[in-house]
Write a protein that binds this ligand. Sequence first.
Ligand code: NAD
Ligand code: UFG
Length: 356
Amino acid sequence: MLEYVLVNIYKYLLIHYTRKARVVYMSVLVTGGTGYIGSHTCVELLKKGYDIVIADNLSNSEIDVVDKIEKITGKRPAFYEVDILDRDGIERIFSAHKIDAVIHFAGKKAVGESVEKPLMYYHNNITGTIYVLEAMLKFGCKRIVFSSSATVYGVPKTVPIKEDSPLSAVNPYGATKLYIEGMLKDLYVANKDLSITLLRYFNPIGAHESGLIGDNPNGIPNNLMPYITRVAKGALPQLGVYGNDYPTHDGTGVRDYIHVIDLAVGHIKALEHMDRPGINAYNLGTGKGYSVLEIVNAFEKINNIKIPYIITERRPGDVAECYSDPSKAKDELGWVAEYSLEEMCASSWNFQRQAN
Ligand code: NAD
Ligand code: UFG
Protein backbone atom coordinates (compact mmCIF):
# COMPACT_ATOMS: atom_id res chain seq x y z
CA MET A 1 0.00 0.00 0.00
CA LEU A 2 2.74 2.44 1.06
CA GLU A 3 4.69 1.52 -2.06
CA TYR A 4 1.59 2.21 -4.21
CA VAL A 5 1.11 5.64 -2.61
CA LEU A 6 4.79 6.55 -2.99
CA VAL A 7 4.87 5.49 -6.63
CA ASN A 8 1.83 7.63 -7.35
CA ILE A 9 3.25 10.65 -5.56
CA TYR A 10 6.45 10.22 -7.57
CA LYS A 11 4.45 9.98 -10.83
CA TYR A 12 2.45 13.08 -9.95
CA LEU A 13 5.58 15.10 -9.16
CA LEU A 14 7.29 13.90 -12.32
CA ILE A 15 4.38 14.85 -14.56
CA HIS A 16 3.77 18.13 -12.73
CA TYR A 17 7.33 19.38 -12.76
CA THR A 18 8.43 18.11 -16.15
CA ARG A 19 5.34 19.69 -17.70
CA LYS A 20 6.05 22.98 -15.92
CA ALA A 21 9.69 22.93 -16.96
CA ARG A 22 8.82 22.20 -20.57
CA VAL A 23 6.32 25.03 -20.70
CA VAL A 24 8.70 27.58 -19.21
CA TYR A 25 11.66 26.69 -21.40
CA MET A 26 9.86 25.91 -24.62
CA SER A 27 11.18 27.79 -27.62
CA VAL A 28 8.49 28.67 -30.15
CA LEU A 29 8.81 29.71 -33.79
CA VAL A 30 5.95 32.09 -34.59
CA THR A 31 5.42 32.42 -38.33
CA GLY A 32 3.40 35.54 -39.16
CA GLY A 33 4.31 36.83 -35.70
CA THR A 34 4.22 40.53 -36.60
CA GLY A 35 0.63 40.22 -37.90
CA TYR A 36 -2.55 41.00 -36.00
CA ILE A 37 -3.15 37.73 -34.14
CA GLY A 38 0.53 36.74 -34.17
CA SER A 39 1.71 39.91 -32.40
CA HIS A 40 -0.84 39.50 -29.60
CA THR A 41 0.16 35.87 -29.24
CA CYS A 42 3.85 36.83 -29.04
CA VAL A 43 3.02 39.21 -26.19
CA GLU A 44 1.21 36.47 -24.26
CA LEU A 45 4.00 33.95 -24.95
CA LEU A 46 6.69 36.34 -23.69
CA LYS A 47 4.62 37.16 -20.62
CA LYS A 48 4.49 33.44 -19.84
CA GLY A 49 8.26 33.00 -20.17
CA TYR A 50 8.49 31.31 -23.57
CA ASP A 51 11.43 32.03 -25.85
CA ILE A 52 10.14 33.11 -29.22
CA VAL A 53 11.48 33.52 -32.71
CA ILE A 54 9.35 35.42 -35.23
CA ALA A 55 9.48 34.70 -38.98
CA ASP A 56 7.51 37.09 -41.17
CA ASN A 57 7.98 38.51 -44.66
CA LEU A 58 6.23 41.75 -43.62
CA SER A 59 3.83 41.47 -46.57
CA ASN A 60 0.95 42.45 -44.28
CA SER A 61 2.65 43.89 -41.20
CA GLU A 62 5.29 46.39 -40.16
CA ILE A 63 8.74 45.85 -38.69
CA ASP A 64 8.02 48.28 -35.84
CA VAL A 65 5.66 45.68 -34.36
CA VAL A 66 8.80 44.01 -32.97
CA ASP A 67 9.64 47.22 -31.06
CA LYS A 68 6.07 47.42 -29.84
CA ILE A 69 6.13 43.84 -28.57
CA GLU A 70 9.34 44.72 -26.71
CA LYS A 71 7.76 47.90 -25.31
CA ILE A 72 4.79 45.95 -23.97
CA THR A 73 6.68 42.98 -22.54
CA GLY A 74 10.16 44.32 -21.83
CA LYS A 75 11.57 41.46 -23.91
CA ARG A 76 12.78 41.60 -27.50
CA PRO A 77 11.90 38.57 -29.61
CA ALA A 78 14.30 37.27 -32.23
CA PHE A 79 13.00 38.38 -35.63
CA TYR A 80 13.73 37.06 -39.12
CA GLU A 81 12.39 38.83 -42.19
CA VAL A 82 11.83 35.67 -44.16
CA ASP A 83 9.24 34.30 -46.54
CA ILE A 84 7.91 30.84 -45.69
CA LEU A 85 8.27 30.11 -49.41
CA ASP A 86 12.03 30.49 -48.91
CA ARG A 87 13.01 26.96 -47.84
CA ASP A 88 16.60 27.84 -47.06
CA GLY A 89 15.55 30.86 -45.06
CA ILE A 90 13.23 28.74 -42.90
CA GLU A 91 15.89 26.07 -42.44
CA ARG A 92 18.39 28.70 -41.35
CA ILE A 93 16.08 29.58 -38.46
CA PHE A 94 15.85 25.94 -37.38
CA SER A 95 19.65 25.67 -37.63
CA ALA A 96 20.17 28.75 -35.49
CA HIS A 97 17.57 27.96 -32.80
CA LYS A 98 16.39 24.82 -31.09
CA ILE A 99 12.70 25.11 -31.90
CA ASP A 100 10.35 23.02 -29.71
CA ALA A 101 7.08 24.13 -31.30
CA VAL A 102 5.76 26.17 -34.21
CA ILE A 103 2.72 28.43 -34.13
CA HIS A 104 1.92 28.91 -37.78
CA PHE A 105 0.03 32.14 -38.49
CA ALA A 106 1.75 33.15 -41.73
CA GLY A 107 -0.70 33.23 -44.57
CA LYS A 108 -2.84 35.44 -46.73
CA LYS A 109 -6.36 35.97 -45.44
CA ALA A 110 -8.45 38.22 -47.73
CA VAL A 111 -11.39 36.23 -49.07
CA GLY A 112 -12.10 38.57 -52.05
CA GLU A 113 -8.44 38.65 -53.12
CA SER A 114 -8.34 34.84 -52.93
CA VAL A 115 -11.21 34.67 -55.45
CA GLU A 116 -9.29 36.98 -57.82
CA LYS A 117 -5.87 35.36 -57.30
CA PRO A 118 -6.49 31.74 -56.29
CA LEU A 119 -3.05 30.46 -57.34
CA MET A 120 -1.32 33.08 -55.25
CA TYR A 121 -3.36 31.90 -52.24
CA TYR A 122 -2.74 28.20 -52.85
CA HIS A 123 0.96 28.86 -53.36
CA ASN A 124 1.49 31.15 -50.40
CA ASN A 125 -0.65 29.33 -47.87
CA ILE A 126 -0.28 25.68 -48.89
CA THR A 127 3.22 25.54 -50.38
CA GLY A 128 4.47 27.81 -47.59
CA THR A 129 3.00 25.45 -44.99
CA ILE A 130 4.61 22.44 -46.69
CA TYR A 131 8.01 24.12 -46.41
CA VAL A 132 7.48 24.92 -42.73
CA LEU A 133 6.44 21.30 -42.08
CA GLU A 134 9.40 19.90 -44.03
CA ALA A 135 11.79 22.00 -41.97
CA MET A 136 10.11 20.81 -38.76
CA LEU A 137 10.53 17.18 -39.79
CA LYS A 138 14.13 17.72 -40.83
CA PHE A 139 15.04 19.34 -37.50
CA GLY A 140 12.98 17.05 -35.27
CA CYS A 141 10.42 19.62 -34.17
CA LYS A 142 7.24 17.75 -33.28
CA ARG A 143 4.63 20.31 -32.27
CA ILE A 144 2.63 22.67 -34.46
CA VAL A 145 -0.37 24.87 -33.78
CA PHE A 146 -2.09 25.85 -37.01
CA SER A 147 -4.26 28.95 -37.55
CA SER A 148 -7.38 27.51 -39.04
CA SER A 149 -10.69 29.28 -39.31
CA ALA A 150 -14.44 28.94 -38.92
CA THR A 151 -14.43 29.24 -42.70
CA VAL A 152 -13.73 25.47 -42.82
CA TYR A 153 -17.37 24.91 -41.81
CA GLY A 154 -18.49 26.48 -45.12
CA VAL A 155 -22.21 27.27 -44.91
CA PRO A 156 -23.07 25.82 -41.49
CA LYS A 157 -26.24 23.72 -41.42
CA THR A 158 -26.77 24.30 -37.70
CA VAL A 159 -25.46 26.66 -35.05
CA PRO A 160 -23.72 26.63 -32.64
CA ILE A 161 -21.04 24.87 -34.66
CA LYS A 162 -19.19 21.92 -33.13
CA GLU A 163 -15.82 20.62 -34.30
CA ASP A 164 -17.37 17.51 -35.85
CA SER A 165 -19.73 19.53 -38.07
CA PRO A 166 -19.34 18.92 -41.81
CA LEU A 167 -16.43 20.76 -43.42
CA SER A 168 -16.40 22.49 -46.81
CA ALA A 169 -14.79 25.40 -48.61
CA VAL A 170 -16.72 28.27 -50.17
CA ASN A 171 -13.77 30.26 -51.55
CA PRO A 172 -10.07 29.69 -52.31
CA TYR A 173 -8.97 31.15 -48.96
CA GLY A 174 -11.24 28.70 -47.15
CA ALA A 175 -9.98 25.91 -49.39
CA THR A 176 -6.39 26.60 -48.31
CA LYS A 177 -7.41 26.21 -44.64
CA LEU A 178 -9.36 23.04 -45.37
CA TYR A 179 -6.57 21.48 -47.45
CA ILE A 180 -3.93 22.34 -44.87
CA GLU A 181 -6.07 20.73 -42.16
CA GLY A 182 -6.32 17.62 -44.38
CA MET A 183 -2.59 17.69 -45.07
CA LEU A 184 -1.85 17.85 -41.34
CA LYS A 185 -4.18 14.90 -40.71
CA ASP A 186 -2.32 12.86 -43.36
CA LEU A 187 1.02 13.95 -41.93
CA TYR A 188 0.00 12.70 -38.51
CA VAL A 189 -1.00 9.30 -39.94
CA ALA A 190 2.52 9.03 -41.35
CA ASN A 191 4.29 10.52 -38.30
CA LYS A 192 2.56 9.35 -35.14
CA ASP A 193 5.05 11.17 -32.91
CA LEU A 194 3.76 14.61 -33.98
CA SER A 195 1.49 16.77 -31.87
CA ILE A 196 -0.77 18.94 -34.02
CA THR A 197 -3.44 21.41 -32.93
CA LEU A 198 -5.86 23.01 -35.38
CA LEU A 199 -7.36 26.17 -33.91
CA ARG A 200 -10.48 27.31 -35.74
CA TYR A 201 -10.86 31.00 -35.00
CA PHE A 202 -14.21 32.71 -35.23
CA ASN A 203 -14.18 36.53 -35.66
CA PRO A 204 -11.21 38.12 -33.88
CA ILE A 205 -11.55 41.81 -32.99
CA GLY A 206 -10.12 44.06 -30.26
CA ALA A 207 -6.55 45.01 -29.47
CA HIS A 208 -3.96 45.13 -26.72
CA GLU A 209 -4.82 47.65 -23.98
CA SER A 210 -1.66 49.67 -24.76
CA GLY A 211 -3.13 50.57 -28.15
CA LEU A 212 0.29 49.75 -29.66
CA ILE A 213 -0.74 46.66 -31.63
CA GLY A 214 -4.02 45.82 -33.35
CA ASP A 215 -5.74 45.18 -36.67
CA ASN A 216 -4.81 47.85 -39.19
CA PRO A 217 -5.36 46.45 -42.68
CA ASN A 218 -4.02 48.21 -45.76
CA GLY A 219 -6.58 49.96 -47.95
CA ILE A 220 -10.33 49.72 -47.42
CA PRO A 221 -11.05 47.08 -44.76
CA ASN A 222 -13.06 43.97 -45.65
CA ASN A 223 -13.94 43.08 -42.07
CA LEU A 224 -16.57 44.75 -39.97
CA MET A 225 -14.63 46.10 -36.97
CA PRO A 226 -11.76 47.74 -38.87
CA TYR A 227 -14.37 49.30 -41.16
CA ILE A 228 -16.28 50.69 -38.15
CA THR A 229 -13.12 52.12 -36.58
CA ARG A 230 -12.18 53.84 -39.87
CA VAL A 231 -15.65 55.40 -39.99
CA ALA A 232 -15.24 56.46 -36.34
CA LYS A 233 -11.96 58.13 -37.31
CA GLY A 234 -13.57 59.97 -40.21
CA ALA A 235 -11.40 58.17 -42.77
CA LEU A 236 -14.50 56.57 -44.31
CA PRO A 237 -17.88 58.32 -44.52
CA GLN A 238 -20.23 55.53 -43.48
CA LEU A 239 -20.55 51.81 -42.90
CA GLY A 240 -22.40 49.68 -45.43
CA VAL A 241 -24.39 47.01 -43.59
CA TYR A 242 -24.53 44.04 -45.93
CA GLY A 243 -28.22 43.15 -45.87
CA ASN A 244 -30.98 43.36 -43.26
CA ASP A 245 -33.16 40.56 -44.61
CA TYR A 246 -31.37 37.57 -43.10
CA PRO A 247 -33.38 35.19 -40.92
CA THR A 248 -31.81 36.66 -37.74
CA HIS A 249 -33.44 38.65 -34.95
CA ASP A 250 -32.78 42.05 -36.60
CA GLY A 251 -32.13 40.83 -40.15
CA THR A 252 -28.36 41.51 -40.14
CA GLY A 253 -25.62 38.85 -40.13
CA VAL A 254 -24.69 37.21 -36.84
CA ARG A 255 -21.09 36.29 -35.94
CA ASP A 256 -19.07 35.09 -32.96
CA TYR A 257 -16.71 38.00 -32.19
CA ILE A 258 -13.79 37.12 -29.95
CA HIS A 259 -11.18 39.37 -28.35
CA VAL A 260 -7.78 38.81 -29.95
CA ILE A 261 -6.18 38.44 -26.48
CA ASP A 262 -8.55 35.59 -25.65
CA LEU A 263 -7.51 34.05 -28.94
CA ALA A 264 -3.82 34.54 -28.11
CA VAL A 265 -4.28 32.86 -24.74
CA GLY A 266 -5.96 29.95 -26.53
CA HIS A 267 -2.64 29.25 -28.30
CA ILE A 268 -0.81 29.04 -24.98
CA LYS A 269 -3.43 26.67 -23.60
CA ALA A 270 -2.99 24.57 -26.74
CA LEU A 271 0.81 24.45 -26.32
CA GLU A 272 0.40 23.43 -22.69
CA HIS A 273 -1.62 20.42 -23.84
CA MET A 274 0.75 19.21 -26.52
CA ASP A 275 2.90 16.94 -24.38
CA ARG A 276 1.55 13.89 -26.14
CA PRO A 277 1.31 13.07 -29.86
CA GLY A 278 -2.04 13.47 -31.55
CA ILE A 279 -4.08 15.77 -33.75
CA ASN A 280 -6.95 17.82 -32.38
CA ALA A 281 -9.18 20.61 -33.67
CA TYR A 282 -10.72 23.26 -31.41
CA ASN A 283 -13.13 26.11 -31.98
CA LEU A 284 -11.93 29.37 -30.48
CA GLY A 285 -15.01 31.52 -30.07
CA THR A 286 -17.23 32.85 -27.30
CA GLY A 287 -20.25 30.76 -28.23
CA LYS A 288 -22.33 33.92 -28.49
CA GLY A 289 -23.51 35.52 -31.73
CA TYR A 290 -23.95 39.27 -32.26
CA SER A 291 -25.59 40.92 -35.26
CA VAL A 292 -23.95 43.70 -37.27
CA LEU A 293 -26.33 46.24 -35.75
CA GLU A 294 -25.59 45.01 -32.23
CA ILE A 295 -21.90 45.54 -32.89
CA VAL A 296 -22.55 49.05 -34.22
CA ASN A 297 -24.70 49.88 -31.18
CA ALA A 298 -22.20 48.46 -28.69
CA PHE A 299 -19.36 50.39 -30.36
CA GLU A 300 -21.34 53.66 -30.32
CA LYS A 301 -22.33 53.27 -26.70
CA ILE A 302 -18.96 52.36 -25.17
CA ASN A 303 -16.99 54.88 -27.23
CA ASN A 304 -19.63 57.59 -27.38
CA ILE A 305 -19.20 57.98 -31.15
CA LYS A 306 -21.92 57.86 -33.79
CA ILE A 307 -21.34 55.42 -36.65
CA PRO A 308 -23.39 56.46 -39.68
CA TYR A 309 -24.52 53.48 -41.75
CA ILE A 310 -26.68 52.51 -44.68
CA ILE A 311 -28.20 49.14 -45.47
CA THR A 312 -26.82 47.75 -48.73
CA GLU A 313 -27.15 44.53 -50.73
CA ARG A 314 -26.04 41.27 -49.14
CA ARG A 315 -22.36 40.47 -49.71
CA PRO A 316 -22.04 37.38 -51.91
CA GLY A 317 -20.88 34.34 -49.93
CA ASP A 318 -22.00 35.64 -46.51
CA VAL A 319 -24.02 33.34 -44.26
CA ALA A 320 -26.81 34.47 -41.93
CA GLU A 321 -25.38 33.08 -38.72
CA CYS A 322 -22.03 31.65 -37.67
CA TYR A 323 -21.15 31.06 -34.05
CA SER A 324 -19.25 28.41 -32.16
CA ASP A 325 -19.81 25.80 -29.55
CA PRO A 326 -16.50 26.34 -27.71
CA SER A 327 -17.08 23.60 -25.10
CA LYS A 328 -14.40 21.25 -26.46
CA ALA A 329 -11.68 23.89 -25.85
CA LYS A 330 -13.09 24.44 -22.36
CA ASP A 331 -13.25 20.74 -21.48
CA GLU A 332 -9.91 19.68 -22.98
CA LEU A 333 -7.73 22.81 -22.86
CA GLY A 334 -9.30 24.60 -19.91
CA TRP A 335 -9.77 27.65 -22.13
CA VAL A 336 -12.71 30.06 -22.16
CA ALA A 337 -13.04 33.51 -23.69
CA GLU A 338 -13.17 36.14 -20.96
CA TYR A 339 -13.41 39.58 -22.59
CA SER A 340 -16.81 41.24 -23.10
CA LEU A 341 -18.13 42.79 -26.29
CA GLU A 342 -17.72 46.24 -24.69
CA GLU A 343 -14.02 45.55 -24.04
CA MET A 344 -13.60 44.39 -27.64
CA CYS A 345 -15.21 47.59 -29.00
CA ALA A 346 -13.33 49.90 -26.63
CA SER A 347 -9.91 48.37 -27.31
CA SER A 348 -10.49 48.32 -31.09
CA TRP A 349 -11.12 52.06 -31.00
CA ASN A 350 -8.28 52.73 -28.53
CA PHE A 351 -5.93 51.14 -31.07
CA GLN A 352 -7.32 52.72 -34.23
CA ARG A 353 -7.52 56.28 -32.93
CA GLN A 354 -3.75 56.15 -32.29
CA ALA A 355 -2.85 54.28 -35.51
CA ASN A 356 -1.50 55.97 -38.64
P1 NAD B 1 -2.23 39.13 -40.64
O1 NAD B 1 -2.22 39.35 -42.10
O2 NAD B 1 -2.30 40.31 -39.74
O3 NAD B 1 -0.96 38.26 -40.21
C1 NAD B 1 -0.39 37.29 -41.06
C2 NAD B 1 1.11 37.57 -41.12
O4 NAD B 1 1.71 36.59 -41.99
C3 NAD B 1 1.46 38.95 -41.68
O5 NAD B 1 2.33 39.61 -40.78
C4 NAD B 1 2.14 38.65 -43.02
O6 NAD B 1 3.14 39.60 -43.31
C5 NAD B 1 2.66 37.26 -42.80
N1 NAD B 1 2.81 36.46 -44.02
C6 NAD B 1 1.90 36.24 -44.99
N2 NAD B 1 2.44 35.44 -45.95
C7 NAD B 1 3.71 35.15 -45.55
C8 NAD B 1 4.78 34.42 -46.11
N3 NAD B 1 4.67 33.82 -47.31
N4 NAD B 1 5.94 34.32 -45.44
C9 NAD B 1 6.09 34.93 -44.25
N5 NAD B 1 5.12 35.68 -43.67
C10 NAD B 1 3.94 35.79 -44.32
O7 NAD B 1 -3.44 38.11 -40.33
P2 NAD B 1 -4.05 37.66 -38.94
O8 NAD B 1 -5.43 38.22 -38.85
O9 NAD B 1 -3.09 37.89 -37.85
O10 NAD B 1 -4.21 36.10 -39.24
C11 NAD B 1 -3.24 35.16 -38.84
C12 NAD B 1 -3.66 33.80 -39.31
O11 NAD B 1 -4.95 33.51 -38.77
C13 NAD B 1 -3.79 33.67 -40.83
O12 NAD B 1 -3.34 32.40 -41.22
C14 NAD B 1 -5.29 33.79 -41.06
O13 NAD B 1 -5.70 33.12 -42.21
C15 NAD B 1 -5.85 33.13 -39.82
N6 NAD B 1 -7.20 33.59 -39.47
C16 NAD B 1 -7.46 34.93 -39.33
C17 NAD B 1 -8.76 35.35 -39.06
C18 NAD B 1 -9.08 36.82 -38.94
O14 NAD B 1 -10.26 37.18 -39.06
N7 NAD B 1 -8.12 37.70 -38.69
C19 NAD B 1 -9.80 34.42 -38.89
C20 NAD B 1 -9.48 33.07 -39.02
C21 NAD B 1 -8.18 32.66 -39.30
N1 UFG C 1 -20.21 43.33 -42.64
C1 UFG C 1 -20.94 44.45 -43.00
N2 UFG C 1 -20.25 45.50 -43.54
C2 UFG C 1 -18.90 45.49 -43.72
C3 UFG C 1 -18.18 44.34 -43.34
C4 UFG C 1 -18.87 43.28 -42.82
O1 UFG C 1 -22.15 44.49 -42.85
O2 UFG C 1 -18.36 46.50 -44.22
C5 UFG C 1 -20.92 42.20 -42.03
C6 UFG C 1 -20.82 40.91 -42.82
O3 UFG C 1 -21.85 40.84 -43.78
C7 UFG C 1 -20.96 39.86 -41.72
C8 UFG C 1 -20.30 40.54 -40.50
O4 UFG C 1 -20.32 41.93 -40.80
O5 UFG C 1 -22.31 39.65 -41.41
C9 UFG C 1 -18.87 40.08 -40.28
O6 UFG C 1 -18.13 40.24 -41.48
P1 UFG C 1 -16.53 40.12 -41.51
O7 UFG C 1 -16.12 40.41 -42.92
O8 UFG C 1 -15.94 40.97 -40.45
O9 UFG C 1 -16.26 38.62 -41.11
P2 UFG C 1 -16.73 37.25 -41.80
O10 UFG C 1 -17.54 36.51 -40.78
O11 UFG C 1 -17.34 37.48 -43.10
O12 UFG C 1 -15.36 36.51 -42.05
C10 UFG C 1 -14.28 36.52 -41.12
C11 UFG C 1 -12.97 36.46 -41.88
C12 UFG C 1 -12.89 35.16 -42.62
C13 UFG C 1 -13.02 34.02 -41.63
C14 UFG C 1 -14.31 34.16 -40.86
C15 UFG C 1 -14.41 33.10 -39.80
O13 UFG C 1 -12.90 37.53 -42.80
O14 UFG C 1 -11.64 35.04 -43.23
O15 UFG C 1 -14.38 35.44 -40.23
O16 UFG C 1 -13.29 33.13 -39.01
F1 UFG C 1 -13.04 32.86 -42.31
